[in-house]
Design a protein around this ligand. Structure first.
Ligand code: SF4
Length: 385
């Protein structure tokens, strides 16, 4: 099974942080999103691991069947997983046949590439070693987009970690590295082969970039890699690159602000809205007092209504901030999501309450104070009638 713990500079997010060095620290405190797809992926990986062990190591049929049946009891299990894991094993078998003699095969290998990337570690789905070649294979269960192994930084980092791990056993015997990505659900199988020398030179070349991304001194650089960034809904750098929604850019929370600063700004917004509602109630009551129509019940109901409205807007805003992508649509490449809707709703509330405050203030200034208590005013009116 893949590890639950993730490195700040993970191999799987390398294609992002190698381009946008600000991303890791920007995303760091944002909530991790777990989805049913991710859980399905974990289960599929477990089935792949079990089948790898059955195929390439000594495992009794009884142990295998017991473990497979246990995995099949998972509510997320599907027949398709059985088929895709079989295809994965078929591909591994083909890889093994490329060696002159039977290679050493290991599944779910923990690799440490911290020599190149601060605190970098990860899990390789499969490692094969024989002759002068080290092969690593990554199984991807998703069926979103095909990912190529050619020049893939995730695979290169895993390869660097695997080389380090097996260096004490195989020494300098390994001269080349073969990296494959299997996506059976997309019928996509790609492989890249480079020499150990080239791989290490690449590792050296990314060291300063990794250092920058780790230090928190990175720079925002939007692009295609933003797609899976947890901070994309809050990122101004990304919002600014979008011209289609340029008019709305100020509705998006400050970009390069840290999550802490964002929390402060949410508190400011919430306090501001509550103040506007309170001023509204006070001005309304004063106007009623001056024109003799003051009503305690009306004041109480107005206060309750104001509290409910403010609480609803704050709750709505928090929901958008915590789960920005629950509802998301793409408009010309720009994600419009619950966070965008929350910002617009909050802005609308501000405008409406502020307008009301101005109207009530104007009425207060223009009103004439009669000095006559409301009860007397009512009595005078009755007499006149
Ligand atoms: S959304 Fe894009 S630009 Fe912004 S932090 Fe993430 S990767 Fe970088």
């Amino acid at each position: 099974m893949p590890p639950e713990k993730h490195a700040l500079l993970s191999a799987s997010s390398a294609s992002r942080w190698l381009k946008c060095t600000a991303a890791p620290r920007f995303e760091e405190h944002l909530p991790e999103r777990t989805s049913e797809y991710a859980e399905e992926g974990r289960l599929a990986h477990s089935i792949c691991e079990l089948k790898t062990l059955k195929k390439f190591t000594v495992m009794t049929s009884r142990t295998y069947t017991t473990r497979l049946n246990k995995l099949k009891k998972d509510p997320l299990y599907s027949e398709e997983m059985d088929k895709t894991s079989d295809l994965y094993i078929e591909h591994l078998t083909e890889q093994a046949m490329l060696y002159d003699s039977t290679p050493t095969v290991v599944a779910e290998v923990q690799v440490d590439f911290g020599e190149y990337v601060p605190e970098g570690f990860g899990t390789c789905d499969n490692v094969m070693i024989g002759g002068d070649t080290l092969s690593i294979t990554d199984y991807k269960h998703g069926k979103g987009v095909p990912v190529s192994a050619v020049g893939n930084p995730q695979m290169r980092l895993y390869a660097l970690g695997a080389l380090k791990r097996y260096a004490p056993v195989f020494g300098d015997a390994i001269k080349q590295v073969r990296m494959s990505i299997d996506q059976p659900r997309l019928d996509s199988y790609t492989t890249d082969t480079i020499t150990v020398e080239e791989l290490m030179a690449w590792g050296e070349s990314i060291k300063p970039i990794a250092q920058k991304a780790f230090s928190g001194l990175g720079e925002f650089a939007p692009g295609d890699h933003c797609r899976f960034c947890r901070g994309k809904a809050q990122c101004r750098a990304r919002a600014n690159t979008n011209t289609a929604l340029e008019d709305f850019k100020d509705c998006v929370p400050a970009a390069s602000v840290s999550p802490d600063a964002m929390t402060t700004s949410i508190i400011h917004l919430a306090v501001g809205l509550v103040l506007l509602v309170a001023v509204n109630i006070v001005l309304g009551s004063l106007n009623a007092l001056f024109d003799g129509s003051f009503d305690k019940v009306k004041l109480r109901n107005g206060t309750i209504k104001g509290i409910i409205v403010a609480a609803c807007f704050i709750a709505f805003y928090m929901a958008g901030w915590l789960n920005p992508d629950i509802i998301a649509i793409d408009v010309d490449g720009q994600t419009v999501n619950l966070m965008t809707a929350s910002n617009l709703a909050l802005l609308t509330a501000y405008v409406l309450y502020a307008k009301d405050v101005f109207v009530k203030l104007k009425n207060l200034i223009l009103s004439k104070t009669s000095g006559t208590p409301p009860e007397e005013l009512a009595a005078e009116q009755e007499t006149a009638e």
